[in-house]
Design a protein. Structure first.
Length: 160
């Protein structure tokens, strides 16, 4: 990473972000990873963006299947965030012992999240080490029972 990239990383530590786990499935294989580079782009049409590192199984699965599930984690799901952030190796089964469900596309979602967005790939923008995806939201569901998990300055936070 160059000097400006490192400075950007330092600056972004001052920007609180929600925590999501993105998941995809192709045939019988599924994978997921923790992501905070997620944002709403448009409400009409409903479009969100996600950026994924190019060397992950999740990006390969998204490119093969064209579908992505986004689970916005609740404040009590730090352990799930850590699990999908790589504490279980990329080739391991990160879904073991978790309750899953689907909405429209067949992408798996993690039960207990604050919100769920079921997406189909709209556009792909390759970058040097990652890829930006624009995704059409084809189904969405939220729960008022939970508050979102927040990541700020290299640590998880609870909203007041």
């Amino acid at each position: 990473m160059n000097e400006i990239g490192e400075q950007l990383r330092q600056c972004m530590r001052h920007w609180p972000a929600g925590v999501t786990v993105v998941t995809s499935q192709y045939l019988t294989e599924r994978h997921g990873m923790t992501v905070n580079s997620f944002t709403s782009v448009s409400l009409a049409p409903p479009v969100v963006s996600v950026t994924l590192a190019n060397d992950t199984r999740t990006i390969k699965m998204l490119l093969a299947s064209g579908i992505l599930g986004i689970t916005i984690l609740n404040e009590d799901q730090v352990d799930i965030s850590e699990r999908f952030a790589g504490h279980i190796p990329d080739e391991g089964n990160r879904f073991i012992d978790l309750e899953l469900f689907t909405l429209t596309t067949g992408a798996p979602f993690l039960a207990g999240g604050s919100a769920f967005l079921d997406c189909r790939m709209r556009a792909v923008f390759p970058l040097d080490n990652s890829t930006l995806f624009l995704l059409d939201v084809v189904a969405a569901q939220s729960s008022s029972l939970y508050r979102p998990l927040v990541y700020f300055n290299r640590g998880y936070q609870k909203m007041p």
